[in-house]
Design a protein around this ligand. Structure first.
Ligand code: TXA
Ligand code: MG
Length: 308
């Protein structure tokens, strides 16, 4: 397990331009000093990620975020309710924002998140600067929710992996942008659309297609090796079945009780497990599209999409 010495070593590695994988409540992140262009470039190289995909800057609290971006009132409202937690807010960069432009992929906006995981908080405090962190997996693979997933995907390519146990939420953060006078849902995630809309008091605008507003939304993004068939009420003879609620056949279920929060937490871990077991064909039970079901179905659709 980790102690204060591990945190100090991790912070020192970040300061030297190193890459440190660390736990967050959503998924594990591959962290680097957000202000160091070379370190940010190493993230793209290590993930094998297309460079137009901008990164999230992680900070300890709202004050830290407020130094980097220009918050409209409604963004402050969301931050007050959902930070620390699984929400990423995209807003215009502040003049003099020290975060590498490479992390913003050259855009004039910045993505900000305050994670709640105690180890993530400890690391950010010890380091004292924003940390960019995409999910700690090779591009196109399933996001890691345990330190073992990170080791399997990135291994020696990272300088250190902090182990904080399994990620509680299990899905990446919800990404909301406040740009051009619109409030858009760019990526469904660990906080449900309805909960955001309740705080805002209005409906979110849909993300436009195109590189600026929906980057990182490559169709096949969360791919296991196996082929996936969705909305399957039961498996065919050659398929491994990922059940949900009443649609459970065999030992593997996202949630036998039909609980979407539980299903989100289990999703990536179970996809990793059936993948590691060498499954060629996976059938997945129908998942309702409400609450966290929207994000689960989004990830499943990407996992099932044709591979490049
Ligand atoms: O839960 C999470 O968000 C995890 C943990 C580690 O914090 N991180 C994560 O990062 O999922 P990543 O890089 O895999 O996804 C970042 C998402 C992408 O969809 C990206 O396009 C979007 O945030 N994003 C980042 N900066 C943006 C910007 N300036 N404008 C629009 N979208 C942006
Ligand atoms: Mg990712």
């Amino acid at each position: 397990m980790n102690n204060g010495q591990d945190i100090a070593r991790a912070a020192a590695l970040l300061a030297e331009g190193g890459l440190v994988a660390f736990p967050t409540e959503t998924v594990y992140g591959l962290g680097a000093d957000a202000t160091d262009d070379d370190a940010v470039a190493r993230i793209f190289a290590t993930k094998g990620r297309p460079q137009f995909n901008p990164l999230i800057s992680h900070v300890t609290d709202f004050e830290g975020a407020n130094k980097l971006g220009i918050f409209p009132n409604d963004a402050i409202g969301l931050a007050q309710v959902f930070w620390p937690g699984a929400l990423t807010i995209v807003i215009p960069r502040k003049a003099g924002c020290p975060v590498s432009l490479l992390a913003s992929a050259g855009l004039s906006s910045i993505a900000l998140r305050v994670p709640s995981h105690p180890l993530a908080q400890a690391l950010l405090k010890a380091f004292g600067k924003p940390v960019v962190a995409p999910s700690a997996n090779r591009s196109g693979r399933i996001s890691p929710t345990t330190a073992a997933h990170v080791r399997a995907s990135l291994g020696d390519a990272v300088d250190m992996i902090l182990d904080g146990g399994p990620s509680q939420v299990g899905l990446e953060s919800t990404v909301v942008s406040f740009l051009d006078g619109k409030v858009r849902l760019l990526r469904p995630g660990g906080i449900a659309r309805q909960d955001l809309e309740q705080v805002l008091g209005y409906k979110l605008d849909e993300a436009d297609a195109g590189p600026l507003h929906a980057p990182g939304q490559l169709e096949s993004h969360y791919a296991p090796r196996a082929a996936l068939r969705l909305n399957a009420e039961k498996p065919l003879p050659h398929e491994i079945y990922l059940g949900f609620g009443a649609f459970t056949h065999g030992p593997v279920s996202l949630s036998r009780e039909g609980n979407l929060v539980q299903a989100a937490a289990n999703l990536f871990r179970l996809l990793h497990e059936v993948d590691a077991a060498g499954a060629d064909h996976i059938a997945v039970a129908p998942i309702p599209d409400t609450g966290l079901g929207e994000a689960i179905n989004d990830r499943l659709k990407r996992a099932a999409a044709a591979r490049p």
